[in-house]
Design a protein around this ligand. Structure first.
Ligand code: PLP
Length: 371
């Protein structure tokens, strides 16, 4: 207990976190400086600019929330949703369910559009809900549902929200860096992500971006944002304050060094190349799984390359297979969640874990475990 913790060697191919490159870990080991140090502020501006590029947005309000993806999710809801509002929430997996929880905890009414786990959000059902609730404040949905491996049509859903005078709130925790997240092109209003998936940084930071329309809604709120820590009207005095930054909270300095390095690496590779790499690794994994007679839960048109929900064959103890992979190969893959518990394995090909080496290691380990 009193000795330093030495983590075992692992290959992370679950639903996140993904493998973190040694460049990111070394960046995080650099000396801590003050969170108002002029040199730190230069680095913050670079993080913001690189996040804007990754999100394909010019949004001035773009920052990494000091907290995991759940904090970014909560930040979007608490800043934009007030008591008495109505929000249409699309639920097709675990994380849509959490959005509903957030809406209700803001004192608002959640109108749930439910789709089967493993299917994308149905545009017609979302449209019908917006039509039935003409004053809805927002349409919320998960772009990349990590619990099922499904991509929903973010561009069309954001368009639908606009057509009905609602904001769009988009969960891009698993999508950013792995597939296109085109915030300005989609006209998305509030988008949050996570550091530990396709950005391959350590967990604990949540990039968020707000459109000018969302900022206007925040500025014209009738009530105070119910969370002091996540109130963007206060937080932006630190993140958006130019040279004159005001203390809000002590930023997680070394974690931000890590995010900076992971974004530098993403931009060195080129974000479009990163998307192509994720897609190619998915195809390679799929080819190998098919040879083993294994199939995916999701139909080809809605499959996420970075999260593969593999159907567990009849008679196979899925937990025993995962335990063997971990014990014999140091390889972590994910279990099914909720309704999919025991029915799928979730194999992540995210960020630094989307390489040919990861694909071949996973396929050979899985084959050995299934014999
Ligand atoms: N949304 C999605 C789609 C996720 O996959 C996750 C985490 O897996 C979250 C939100 C929550 O992120 P975190 O676990 O970093 O709080």
């Amino acid at each position: 207990m009193t000795k330093p913790f030495q983590p075992p060697s692992r290959i992370l191919m679950g639903p996140g976190p993904s493998d973190v490159h040694h460049r990111v870990l070394s960046a995080m080991a650099r000396p801590t400086i003050g969170h108002l140090d002029p040199q730190f502020i230069v680095m913050m501006d670079q993080v913001k600019a690189m996040l804007q590029q990754a999100f394909f947005t010019d949004n001035a309000l773009t920052l990494p929330v000091s907290g995991p993806g759940s904090a970014g999710m909560e930040a979007c809801f608490v800043n934009l949703v007030e008591p008495g509002d109505t929000v249409v929430v699309c639920v097709n997996g675990v994380f849509g369910g959490r959005m509903k929880e957030n809406v209700e905890r803001c004192g608002a009414t959640a109108v749930v559009v439910e789709d089967d786990w493993g299917k994308p959000v149905d545009l017609e059902k979302a449209e019908a809900a917006l039509k039935a609730h003409p004053g809805a404040k927002a349409l919320a949905f998960v772009h990349a549902e990590t619990s099922t491996g499904v991509e929903s049509d973010a561009r069309s859903l954001c368009e639908l929200a606009r057509e009905h005078g609602a904001l769009s709130i988009v969960d891009a925790v698993t999508s950013l860096g792995g597939i296109p997240v085109l915030v300005d092109h989609w006209g998305a209003d509030a988008v949050y992500s996570g550091s530990q998936k396709c950005l391959s940084c350590t967990p604990g930071l949540s990039p968020v971006t707000f459109s000018d329309r969302a900022v206007e809604v925040l500025k014209t709120r009738k009530t105070k944002v119910q969370s002091w820590f996540l109130d963007f009207s206060l937080l932006t005095a630190y993140w958006g304050g130019g040279a004159k930054r005001a203390y809000h909270h002590t930023a997680p300095i070394n974690a931000l060094y890590g995010l900076h390095e992971s974004l530098v690496m993403l931009h060195e590779e080129g974000i479009e190349h990163a998307w192509t790499r994720h897609s190619m690794m998915h195809q390679a994994l799929l080819a190998g799984l098919e040879v083993m007679g294994l199939g995916l839960l999701v139909e080809p048109s809605a499959r996420l390359p970075q999260l593969n929900a593999v159907l567990v064959p009849d008679g196979v103890d899925e937990a025993a297979v995962r335990a063997r992979l971990l014990a014999e190969h140091g390889l972590e893959i994910g279990a099914g969640l909720g309704a999919l518990a025991g029915k799928v394995w979730r194999i992540g090909l995210m960020g630094q874990s989307a390489t040919p080496h990861h694909v071949t290691t996973c396929l050979s380990a899985l084959e050995a475990a299934l014999i």
